[in-house]
Design a protein around this ligand. Structure first.
Ligand code: DGL
Length: 282
């Protein structure tokens, strides 16, 4: 039974989905959240789709067992591989997924060239190709797999010459091709913003992150499903990770993701292949 006073569940292959979570928490300040990071299996982008479906099921089970009332799949790769299967398996649950923001980029471009930076799994997905068919027939779309970028964000190696060199290798050819819109098609990539801004410099390129739109869609779903909370007390923020709880705590602190006055609960969990999830206290 989904209860309106329950938390909103959010999951990602790792810490990247926190770039979506921060928009959700800002737009829905009364709502409690439970965020699940599968950092132990990150990255998803190079895994076969069946494996991503299996992992996404386990994350969904964990969130539902902790009372989640709606689930935001804050991962483009898991959305591409698994959201259809999740919707079939849990018809009573509302899932909100990520979508590479090709539509707004195609509407706003003046040069007729847009760039999409995403994982291999997202760019291969049927959904991405349908989106191109629907919105981008009249423009040129330059796609680039961001191999290695997710790991840089997970490990916090952003401020290294290697990280900047890798990102330059991906972005500069798109800039040279004349893009004026760059779509971030992976929820880890907004954390590369300081580097991206340095690489793009004064060139007139707009960077598009769909997280704000996903937060708005979540808000609409809560209302149409009668799941918005009526509570006026301070919401609770829980974070579960299959990786390091300390690493997640550090990431939240470094990026100042928590609104003032919130003390989060952060726990590590083991995903058991048989579907039992063990939650450890730290
Ligand atoms: N944040 C995930 C996404 O949006 C990263 C994918 C991965 O783990 O490779 O696609």
């Amino acid at each position: 039974m989904l209860h309106s006073q329950g938390p909103i569940g959010v999951f990602d292959s790792g810490l990247g989905g926190l770039s979506v979570w921060r928009h959700l928490a800002a737009l829905l300040p009364q709502e409690s959240f439970i965020y699940m990071a599968d950092s132990a299996h990150c990255p998803y982008g190079t895994r076969p789709a069946e494996e991503i479906v299996q992992l996404s099921r386990q994350l969904t089970e964990t969130l539902l067992s902790q009372g989640a009332k709606l689930i935001v799949v804050a991962c483009n790769t898991a959305t591409a591989a698994a959201i259809t299967a999740l919707r079939q398996q849990y018809p009573q649950v509302q899932f909100v997924g990520m979508e590479p923001a090709v539509k707004p980029a195609a509407l706003q471009t003046r040069s007729g060239h847009i760039g999409v930076l995403a994982t291999a799994g997202t760019l291969k997905g049927r959904h991405f190709h349908q989106t191109l068919q629907a919105y981008a027939q009249h423009i040129t779309v330059h796609t680039q797999v961001g191999e290695g970028l997710v790991e840089i964000v997970e490990q916090g190696h952003l401020h290294t010459p290697e990280a900047e060199a890798l990102l330059r290798r991906y972005v500069e050819p798109m800039l040279a091709a004349g893009i004026d819109q760059l779509v971030l098609g992976c929820t880890h990539y907004p954390f590369l913003m300081p580097l991206l801004e340095r690489i793009i410099g004064t060139q007139p390129v707009q960077i598009i992150d769909p997280a704000g739109a996903v937060a708005k869609r979540t808000q609409q779903c809560l209302h149409t499903q009668n799941l918005a909370t009526s509570s006026t007390t301070l919401p609770q923020y829980r974070f579960l990770t299959t990786g390091s709880a300390q690493g997640l705590a550090l990431f939240l602190e470094q990026w100042q993701l928590l609104p003032l006055g919130h003390v989060p609960s952060i726990q590590s969990v083991d995903l058991d292949p048989l579907g039992y999830t063990k939650i450890h206290k730290i």
